[in-house]
Design a protein. Structure first.
Length: 376
């Protein structure tokens, strides 16, 4: 009898031990956002992006619903959908000149809110970049007069920067679905900083100043403005080593998505190795840090090479099993015939783009899993 009781107690202990181990494994496997108070939809988006890595790549397009070649603001229209029958899975938007009526590319901010909502309601993903005007000179973001040291805490233009963030926060808070749910946004500020063309880029500020600006931005939006529907995306431009990629990295507590922009190595087949190296580096670092990896911005202006989508982009992504594990890729905007990065009806890259869309590895809106529910 005593032996039986002892046996039962032992079994019970063992059972709870196994349960605890299982539970903590699941908890650890779950990817944690920068924002501990992130909304359930935002957390689900992050978990889904991570779960998708290695299964496929979401395809994205900047300003897709706002305009295309030969049209502007036509309800339901998209160059991507016109060409292949599906909307992209991801939509890029730009908030330069936030607080005014139109952004730098004449996109009306009120209408942008509507397009972000439409995309969300169809199950798509939204990302926002910020070509912020130079806060010292009032010039645009390409005015690379040093400014970062002026707007970080303690700097003479710090209060001015806080007001810019207040205005941005008001816009972000307006991004609500019908139910009042805030629409999750991948926020990608201060991008391409490995180049020196923007005032926040290398050469125009120190790495420490950049990190301080990034950390302040996250803390202010999250802890002061109570914005809990953002995922923070770090996206340098070209880099040739892990050290270079991480030089301005603000830290694991401030970044959800490790990404990069590249319009160079992807466009030159001779530089395939470099392209693959960049993809692999970002995936490896993201894996090691428990983050999502992405290819935040790319494209070939005017797409002069008709098989660019399959041969440059997709073949490059698929060239390596590690490099292929990025969650999404986004091409830049279709502004006008001399400045566009996605095909439109009649373009010579259309047949290839249809192949690209049909490839089982590319994910368009029609192929998306439910991005705002926890993955199974
Ligand atoms: C650049 C170009 C510009 C545009 C800017 C911000 O790459 O497309 O025409 O104003 O991005 O969106």
């Amino acid at each position: 009898m005593q032996a039986l009781t002892f046996y039962l107690i032992l079994m019970k202990k063992l059972f709870f031990l196994i349960l605890t181990i299982l539970f903590s494994t699941i908890l650890h496997a779950q990817i944690k956002p920068v924002d501990q108070k992130a909304t359930p939809e935002t957390m689900a988006l992050l978990a889904n992006l991570k779960a998708i890595q290695g299964k496929g790549v979401l395809f994205g397009h900047q300003d897709d619903l706002a305009y295309g070649i030969g049209w502007k603001e036509e309800k339901g229209r998209s160059d991507i959908k016109d060409v292949c029958g599906s909307y992209p899975a991801l939509y890029g938007w730009e908030v330069s000149k936030i607080g005014q009526e139109f952004n730098i590319d004449s996109v009306n901010f009120e209408k942008m809110k509507g397009w972000i909502k439409e995309a969300y309601q169809r199950g798509g993903v939204n990302t926002i970049s910020w070509h912020m005007d130079n806060p010292v000179t009032g010039g645009n973001s390409w005015d690379n007069t040093p400014a970062v040291s002026s707007i970080i805490p303690g700097g003479p233009r710090h209060e001015f920067y806080k007001v810019r963030l207040d205005i941005l926060a008001t816009f972000l808070n307006d991004l609500k679905a019908g139910s009042g749910t805030r629409i999750p946004i991948i926020f990608r500020p201060f991008h391409e900083h490995t180049g020196s063309w923007f005032w926040w880029g290398k050469g125009n500020c120190t790495a420490e100043e950049y990190k301080s600006l990034w950390r302040f931005t996250v803390e202010y939006l999250r802890d002061v403005k109570n914005i809990h529907h953002l995922l923070y995306c770090y996206s340098p431009d070209q880099f040739d080593s892990e050290e270079q990629y991480l030089e301005f990295y603000p830290g694991d507590d401030f970044v959800d998505i490790l990404a990069f922009d590249d319009y160079h190595s992807v466009n030159n087949l001779q530089h395939r190795e470099k392209f693959v190296f960049r993809l692999k580096t970002v995936v490896r670092l993201a894996d090691a840090k428990g983050k999502v990896a992405a290819f935040s911005e790319t494209g070939s202006e005017r797409i002069p090479v008709p098989d660019w989508f399959t041969n440059n982009l997709l073949a490059g992504i698929r060239a390596d099993p590690v490099g292929s594990r990025i969650a999404y890729v986004m091409v830049w905007r279709n502004a006008r015939p001399e400045h566009h990065y996605a095909p439109y009806p009649g373009h010579s890259s259309v047949p290839d783009f249809i192949q690209f869309r049909k490839d089982p590895y590319t994910i368009f809106e029609n192929d998306l899993p439910k991005m705002y529910r926890n993955p199974k």
